[in-house]
Structures are given as C-alpha cells and as structure tokens.
Design a protein around this ligand. Structure first.
Ligand SMILES: NC(=O)c1ccc[n+]([C@@H]2O[C@H](COP(=O)([O-])OP(=O)(O)OC[C@H]3O[C@@H](n4cnc5c(N)ncnc54)[C@H](O)[C@@H]3O)[C@@H](O)[C@H]2O)c1
Length: 331
C-alpha cells in the first residue's frame, strides 16, 4: 500500500508534493489551524510534514499510531515536541544550511538599506522632499566597515565570505561553539568575549541559532557596548534581540539604524514604537523564502521522508535516538 504523507499546510514550493507522489506516496494536504482536523488525518498516516508555526504536540502524536517520521519545514524545531516524538519512537528531521545563501544575501541587503537610508530615500523621492534634504542625510558605505557576527554557522560563514570578497570588510565573530577550522577558512577574527567584539563593530549582524543561552542575548548592556552610530541587523531569530532595548538605543541615537527580518513577537503589535521609527527597515521574515531555497527545502523534505519510510537514516535527523529505543517505529 502507498505510504500516506500528511502535509500540515502546503510546502513552500509545491514541487515537494510532486516528488513525494512520484516516489509512490499518497499526499494529503491539510490546510487548517484546527489540530483536531490534523489529528483525524494522521490516524493512518506514515509521515507528517509541518509548516512553522503549526505545533506538533504530544496529544497530536498520540493520534498517530503509525507515524514513522515528522519533517519540519526548515531549520527550526521549536514547533515540534521532540521529547514526545522520541518517547514514541518517531524520528524528526529538519533541514540544515538552506538559508545559507538567501539569508546571507538578505542580511547584506538590510545592512545596505540601513546604511544608505533606503526607506527614507524611497519615500522622499516619491513625495518630492528628497531634493532639498538628500545631501544632509548621512548616507554611508559598507565597504571596509568592521562587521561583527554573532553566530558563525552556515549563514554566518557565507556572510563572512561575501563581506570579505564583495565589500572588503573586516569580519569579527562571536560563537563559543565554532569549529576553529571554519574561522580560518573564511578568514574571520573570532572573539571569546562578546563585549570585546561588540566594542569594535560598526555593523552588528545576528546569525546565531535560538537556544536558552541565546534568547535575548543582545539587550541594553550589549547594545551599549557597541560604538555610537553602529547599525544592527537581525535576520536570524527575533528572540535573539531585546526590542525594548533596541528602541531605547535608537531613540538615544547610540544605535544609528536597524534592519530587521525577524522580530519578537511576530508580527509586532500595531503601534509598536519600532514600526513608526524612521531609522528602521523591515522585511516580514522573508530572508529564507527565496524561490531557490524553497525548492531545495521541499526537495530535502521529500527525500528525507521517503528515506525514513524505507527504514534508512535520513540526512538531518534531530533525534536519532528515537530509532534506537524499544519504542522505535523504524520500518
Ligand atoms: N530569517 C529567515 O528566514 C531564516 C532562514 C533560515 C535560518 N534562519 C536563522 O538563521 C540562524 C542561523 O542559521 P544557520 O543555518 O547558520 O544555523 P547554524 O546552526 O549553521 O549556525 C548557528 C550558529 O549559532 C552558534 N551559536 C550557538 N550558541 C551561540 C551563542 N551562545 N553565541 C553565539 N553563537 C552561538 C552555533 O555555534 C552555530 O555556529 C538561525 O537562527 C536560523 O534559525 C533564519
């Protein structure tokens, strides 16, 4: 019988559904926020693909006796109860490194937009006010700036490469878990102390994963450690950066501008002081959803689901121990 794969919401790129069907699976897309509806669909399912922010809870997993594997939609796994999946012998897979190019490009776009006052330039060109004010606007180059990266993984390393080669920047990084060979390979000065690095940054760019250790790791103290006039960019996770502290730093002029693809909460509530702030530039968590990255993510999901359903080890298991214990559902 064809294995049944439930997709909770559509994949970012529908080619993933076709790849699953071509591999012999029956694909059911459940486009709802109602977990009961998903639970009903999961009764006889072999695999689940879930799009963030829909949440896979232990209750939902209890409704899926035959479930072998759960695939996230990207790198983050915080919307899946990993422990509950492991206890039930269900493997969870994610997709690593897929934001490498798209998020690195996007972070550079936000740096340039902040340094060059893109939002003001656009609006003021449209309403005609630009022509009297443009030479006094304080527009800067990225070339040769000192850029500090918090987190030197797939995205941080790609950014470092692009900043060196494209903009002749000096690149610093703070990442307590970085492989030292990587920092040599991408020619980054790694700092053991965050505040020492911050003191040297003209541009600060967040590229770390979200953990208990990194949650709100950039707050008032860290922003105060930046030189006056620094630019802050975050296209990683909203909860890395304390937005109240950012508002205060922007209001005082200590931080000159911020470029944000991610915020916490997402979306920001109406009337949030950052939304009307002239020195901010936003994108709606789109750094990773280029057509190219979406297609690769869908392909990775289809490949890993079908690999797991054959009982083989997929490329990025999050909880490989799920298949080693007595509850293992490995086919
Ligand atoms: N905006 C988007 O659309 C989008 C898309 C993809 C990824 N992301 C986010 O971008 C970030 C980086 O992704 P990646 O693919 O490079 O992940 P990655 O796992 O390759 O890199 C994350 C890095 O963070 C480092 N880190 C962990 N704890 C740290 C700490 N206390 N201080 C500093 N660094 C620490 C890790 O050592 C690792 O090198 C993640 O938060 C990811 O969720 C955002």
């Amino acid at each position: 019988m064809a294995p049944k794969v439930v997709c909770w919401r559509r994949m970012y790129d529908p080619s993933g559904h076709d790849l699953l069907r071509d591999a012999g699976a029956e694909v059911l897309v459940v486009d709802t926020t109602d977990a009961q509806e998903v639970a009903a669909a999961l009764k006889d399912a072999d695999a689940l693909w879930v799009r963030t922010p829909e949440r896979v809870t232990s209750d939902l997993l209890d409704a899926a006796d035959g479930l072998v594997v759960v695939s996230t939609s990207g790198f983050g796994t915080d919307n899946v109860d990993i422990q509950a999946a492991t206890e039930r012998g269900i493997l969870v897979v994610n997709h690593q490194g897929f934001g490498r190019v798209s998020v690195a490009e996007h972070s550079i776009m936000l740096m340039l937009a902040a340094l060059k006052k893109l939002i003001w330039c656009d609006q003021a060109t449209r309403d005609g006010s630009a022509w009297t004010e443009r030479s006094a606007m304080g527009i800067y180059e990225l070339e040769a700036k000192t850029v500090g990266l918090v987190g030197l993984g797939y995205i941080g390393a790609e950014l470092a490469r692009k900043l060196h080669l494209g903009f002749r920047c000096r690149v610093l990084a703070y990442d307590p878990y970085v492989n030292p060979r990587l920092s040599y390979a991408v020619d980054v000065e790694v700092h053991d102390d965050l505040e020492t690095m911050l003191a040297a940054c003209q541009v600060l760019c967040l590229c770390a994963e979200l953990t208990d250790q990194t949650r709100f790791m950039i707050g008032s103290k860290e922003l105060a450690a930046l030189p006056k006039g620094a630019v802050v960019v975050n296209a990683a996770r909203g909860e890395l950066l304390d937005l109240d502290a950012l508002v205060a730093a922007l209001d005082s002029g200590h931080v000159a501008a911020a470029g944000l693809d991610v915020v916490s909460p997402e979306p920001l509530p109406d009337g949030h002081p950052l939304l009307g702030h002239p020195n901010t530039v936003f994108t709606p968590h789109t750094a990773g959803v280029t057509a190219e990255a979406s297609a690769k993510l869908s392909q990775s999901a289809a490949d890993q689901i079908m690999t797991a359903l054959r009982g083989e080890h997929p490329r990025f298991p999050v909880n490989p121990e799920a298949w080693d214990g007595p509850a293992s559902r490995r086919p």
